[in-house]
Write a protein that binds this ligand. Structure first.
Ligand code: ADP
Length: 227
C-alpha cells in the first residue's frame, strides 16, 4: 500500500533528513515509527503526502508513484491519507463540530453529508458530548481526539499520527493510543511516529526504529500493557 524505495531527502540547508530509506507498509498494518527528535519521522510523512519531494528514490501509494501525481491526484492522495499533526492545527474560532465540518466544507460537501459524517467522526473519538465547545475549552487529550476526528473525516485508508502523545500525560497517551487501536480495528491502516519509547509498550504490531535518517530496526512485537 505504501512503499518507500531507496528514498533520501537532503534539505536545502544540507541536512540529510532521510538516508536511503526502503520501507513497505501493507494495508491493515499498525506501525509505530520510533526515533529521537530529528530522526526523520516527520519528513517521511511529508514526503508521502507530497508536502516535500525526495532528493532520491521513489514513493508509491497503492502502486502509484507519488512523484508523478498531478494536483488532482495529490488532493485525492491527501484524502486517502489522514494526517494528525503534532500541533493539532485546530481552528480556535470554530467549535468542535465546526472544526470537523470545515474539512468537509472546503471540498464542497453538502450540508446533508456534513450532518451525517461529522457526528460519526466525533463519536469514534469519543467527543460527542463536546460538540459545541471551542478548542480552548478542551483538555490536551481532547484536542488530540479532535485532531484525529479531523483526519478521519474523509474515511481515509491510512491514518498517520505525528507524535500523538505530544505533551500528554501517561493516562491521556494511553487513551489516545486506544482511540488509534479502535480505528485500526475498524480496518484503517495506522502509522504512529513518536519519540516516546513508552508509546511502544502500548501499541502492538510492527515497530520501525529510525536514527539519523536511517531505519535501524524493523520487527514485530506483541502488546505489553504497562500501567
Ligand atoms: P523527526 O520528525 O524525527 O523529529 P524531522 O523529519 O522533523 O525529524 O527532521 C529530520 C531532520 O531534518 C532534522 O535534522 C531537522 O532539523 C531537519 N529538517 C526538517 N525539516 C526541515 C526543513 N524544512 N529544512 C531544513 N531541515 C529540516
Amino acid at each position: 500500500m505504501i512503499k518507500f524505495d531507496q528514498v533520501s531527502k537532503l534539505y536545502p540547508n544540507s541536512c540529510l533528513a532521510l538516508d536511503n530509506i526502503t520501507l513497505e507498509i501493507k494495508q491493515g498494518e499498525f506501525v509505530t515509527i520510533v526515533g529521537k527528535s530529528g530522526a526523520g519521522k516527520t519528513t517521511l510523512i511529508k514526503l508521502l503526502i507530497r508536502e516535500e519531494i525526495p532528493t532520491e528514490g521513489q514513493i508509491y501509494f497503492d502502486g502509484q508513484p507519488v512523484l508523478d501525481m498531478n494536483r488532482r491526484q495529490i488532493c485525492q492522495l491527501r484524502q486517502r491519507i489522514g494526517v494528525v499533526y503534532q500541533d493539532y492545527k485546530l481552528l480556535p474560532q470554530q467549535t468542535v463540530y465546526g472544526n470537523v465540518a470545515y474539512i468537509l466544507s472546503v471540498i464542497g460537501a453538502s450540508d446533508a453529508e456534513i450532518a451525517r459524517d461529522v457526528p460519526r467522526a466525533l463519536e469514534i473519538v469519543g467527543l460527542s458530548s463536546k460538540t459545541d465547545d471551542f478548542p480552548s475549552q478542551l483538555s490536551g487529550g481532547e484536542k488530540q481526539r479532535l485532531a484525529i476526528a479531523r483526519a478521519l473525516i474523509h474515511q481515509p485508508e491510512v491514518i498517520m499520527a505525528d507524535e500523538p502523545s505530544g505533551n500528554l500525560d501517561p493516562y491521556n497517551t494511553w487513551d489516545i493510543i486506544e482511540v488509534l487501536n479502535k480505528i485500526h480495528q475498524m480496518g484503517t491502516t495506522v502509522v504512529i511516529a513518536t519519540h516516546d519509547k513508552d508509546v511502544i509498550a502500548q501499541t502492538e504490531g510492527r515497530v520501525v526504529a529510525m536514527d539519523e535518517g536511517r531505519i535501524i530496526r524493523d520487527d514485530y512485537q506483541t502488546r505489553n500493557f504497562v500501567f
